[in-house]
Design a protein around this ligand. Structure first.
Ligand SMILES: [Zn+2]
Length: 194
């Protein structure tokens, strides 16, 4: 740990949007910027996302990351790093049963340090992920990113369409999804139901 003074930046930034909109790339960009400014930044993500122990972007950028198994585990990690800003990726994977603790934890810590939370806004049915949605009213900055629609090529990809049917809300695997615009998403939903 360095001898930096306590962080002066506090608050909560939320980076959200559909699949393939560059959330992790934006998160990494902001972490690198903070580190240039000599801030300590701890990168975290829920352990349910087992794709790797680092956070990677589709253009090959990668940063080491600490996985947390529960929000109580997260609280322990945060408590052990009082002088660190926090960057939490894939936060939509925080478990529903831990939602209240998650919201309380972030609301408390954002008054002491800067927290950047990145995650999907909506599942493939177009329903909000509460771990992101319930933080939006208390955020100090919200970045809503969009993708290119992978069906029609427009610049308005704002929904995550799952190519295969099924009932599971969260499936990990980018190849199963497309970012789509509202127009294509509504057509895809109709097609999937017929
Ligand atoms: Zn489209």
């Amino acid at each position: 740990m360095s001898n930096n003074p306590l962080p002066v930046q506090i608050g909560l930034t939320i980076i959200t949007g559909p699949m393939f909109c560059g959330k992790s790339a934006e998160l990494i960009r902001q972490i690198r910027r903070l580190r240039v400014a000599k801030s300590n930044v701890l990168m975290l993500k829920p352990a349910i996302d087992t794709r790797s122990a680092s956070v990677s972007t589709r253009d090959g950028q990668s940063l080491d990351c600490t996985a947390f198994a529960s929000t109580h585990h997260l609280a322990d990690i945060i408590g052990a790093h009082p002088n660190f800003m926090l960057a939490i990726d894939e936060a939509q994977f925080v478990l529903a049963r831990e939602l209240d603790h998650w919201i309380d934890l972030i609301r408390d810590e954002m008054t002491k340090r800067l927290i950047i939370v990145a995650g999907l806004n909506l599942d493939f049915r177009g329903e909000p992920f509460p771990a992101i949605a319930d933080l939006l009213p208390v955020a100090t900055k919200i970045q809503l990113l969009s993708s290119v629609c992978m069906r029609c090529g427009s610049d308005n990809g704002v929904r995550s369409h799952r190519l295969q049917g099924g009932d599971t809300v969260v499936q990990i695997g980018d190849e199963e999804y497309q970012a789509q615009c509202l127009h294509c998403f509504s057509q895809s939903v109709v097609t999937a139901r017929s």
